[in-house]
Design a protein around this ligand. Sequence first.
Ligand code: ASP
Length: 424
Amino acid sequence: MEDQQATLRNAMTRLDLTRDSFADRLGVSRRALDSWLLPATSGEHRRMPGVVAKLLAGLPEAPPVAAGAPGELRARFTKRGKPHLLSVAQFDRETVEALLRVAEAMEPIARRRKVTRVLEGAVLGNLFFEPSTRTRVSFGAAFCRLGGSVCDTTGFTFSSMVKGESIADTSRVMSGYVDAIVVRHPEQGSVAEFARHTHLPVINGGDGTGEHPTQALLDLYTIRREFERLGKSVDGARVAMVGDLRHGRTVHSLIRLLSLYRGLTFRLVAPPSLEMPPALVEAAAAAGHKVEQVATLADGLRNADVLYATRIQKERMSGEALEAYPADFRIDRRALATLCSPDTVVMHPLPRDGSAGANDLSTDLDDDPRLAIFRQTDNGIPVRMAVFAVLLGVEHLVGRDLRDAPWISPARLGPGDAPFHRLA
Ligand code: ASP
């Protein structure tokens, strides 16, 4: 079954078609195509007819994962020869799409079907000076799934920075121990400073209110995959970003990355004093997108293709600013039923505040198939694997080094996973 799904998905990617246009091209109904793409465990799943399989087999070979010479993709998005990923500003559309194709190729490994050892012997330094669950663990897991191993340090308390050690010294010291470094730090610009003092790959895992580039990459990857299922395209999409847009680094990176596409409408829904920084609004508008700044959910969510909710970044605010936050920013079942359409993709970088009545994405939506938050977190693995593989120059080796994973893993990871979760 994996083969049928993979064959169809590869063909769609290779031909750069949405589901609707792919179904058209094959001369079948969208419904039939959907049923072939479902996991075998679904009651709705159907085998595609032999004649379609033959047709697909006759398509020209897919380009190798790393189109171009080894190292070419890395050279395309890294600056001054240094293999860092500090900001989404390093990408153009073609480069980001090439990177996401590498992520697609990592899916069999991320889904625990295959195993690779291309980074065997390599060590990742995972330096987190701010709290993190997802980012730290998924960077570590991504490196391990490529065959490498990970050394972690968390918080200032357990690092020599508490003794006054500079970023420059820490960076140079770490360079003697590991082969790639992920840094999260509370000050904007600090990861770039870290990168200045090493020739090793440095990845920004979040620098204060600055950027979170790999989150934006996995968000874009998620939007593309959700849209592919829904027959939509990123060009022309209506994206509502909700919450603390002033301090949220994920939305800062995401609006810039999505601006590489054409003709989007961004609806920025933030309470007074927590609006998106003007420079980012102006940049999106200058790139030809429509940017509407609104203060209520009712104005923001209408006809949205993507609803991207964010947490209030309490740790970056004083008491008064927190009190100014109005109580009606809760996104729950009722808000979705009255304001969103049946195919709105609901995303959140997480963590969400799950306490009763919290002004965040509510847990009463957990059974709603539009809620893409766990597909989004799962997507962090193939995307971060792709980033490591490209920065360390092994993306072309992955396809040659695959073995079957010998252990048993469940077809669905969580009880709420929708049938189209694609982990089966
Ligand atoms: N985990 C994301 C970040 O580190 C979002 C958040 O914390 O609200 O920026």
